[in-house]
Write a protein that binds this ligand. Structure first.
Ligand code: T46
Length: 135
C-alpha cells in the first residue's frame, strides 16, 4: 500500500535479551505527541473500523501477534505484526480493522497528535465519500 511502510528494526542482543529503538528522522519523520496501547486483546475480536483524516502513526506489537487490514478506499491489504522488532509507519487517510491472532497480544501506537475525535471517520460510507473528495 502507498504510504504504509513496514520496517524491521535492528535488534541489539545482550544479556540474553533484545533491545530495539526507533528515532525521529530515521524510521519516522513525524514527532510523536501521544502514545497509546491496546492490551489483553482477545483472538477474533476486531477493533478499529475507522480512518484518521490527519493523524500519522507508528504501530508495533511488543507481545503476541496482531493483523491489521488497511483499506485506501480502492483496495485492502493485510499487515502482520508478529515480532517486537517489526514496525508499521502509516500516513493519514487509511481505514483500518485489526485483530489479535494470539491471546493477550499488545498493540502500541505512537501518534503524531493528541486525541481528537474530530479526526476520526467511523462510518465506512462517509470514509468512501471523503476519499473521493480527496482525489
Ligand atoms: C487507532 C487504533 C489502532 C481516548 O479517549 N483517547 C485516546 O487517545 C484513544 C486512542 C482513544 N480514546 C477513547 C475513544 C474511545 O471512546 O477510547 C475509546 C476506544 O477508542 P477506539 O474505539 O478508537 O479504539 P480502537 O482500538 O478502535 O482504535 C485505536 C485508536 O483510537 C486509533 O487511533 O488507530 O487504535
Amino acid at each position: 500500500m502507498n504510504n504504509i511502510e513496514t520496517v524491521e528494526l535492528k535488534k541489539i542482543s545482550n544479556n540474553g535479551s533484545d533491545l530495539c529503538y526507533l528515532e525521529l528522522g530515521k524510521e519516522i519523520d513525524f514527532e510523536i505527541k501521544r502514545i497509546y496501547y491496546i492490551f489483553s486483546m482477545q483472538v477474533g475480536l476486531k477493533r478499529g473500523y475507522h480512518a484518521h483524516k490527519k493523524l500519522r502513526q507508528v504501530m508495533f506489537c511488543p507481545y503476541g501477534e496482531v493483523e491489521i487490514e488497511f483499506d485506501d478506499g480502492y483496495k485492502k491489504e493485510k499487515y502482520l505484526l508478529d515480532s517486537p522488532n517489526k514496525i508499521i509507519v502509516i500516513n493519514q487517510g487509511y481505514w483500518r480493522e485489526f485483530e489479535a491472532l494470539k491471546q493477550n497480544s499488545v498493540l502500541c501506537i505512537g501518534a503524531s497528535d493528541l486525541y481528537d475525535e474530530e479526526d476520526y471517520i467511523r462510518d465506512y460510507g462517509k470514509y468512501i465519500n471523503w476519499i473521493k473528495e480527496q482525489n
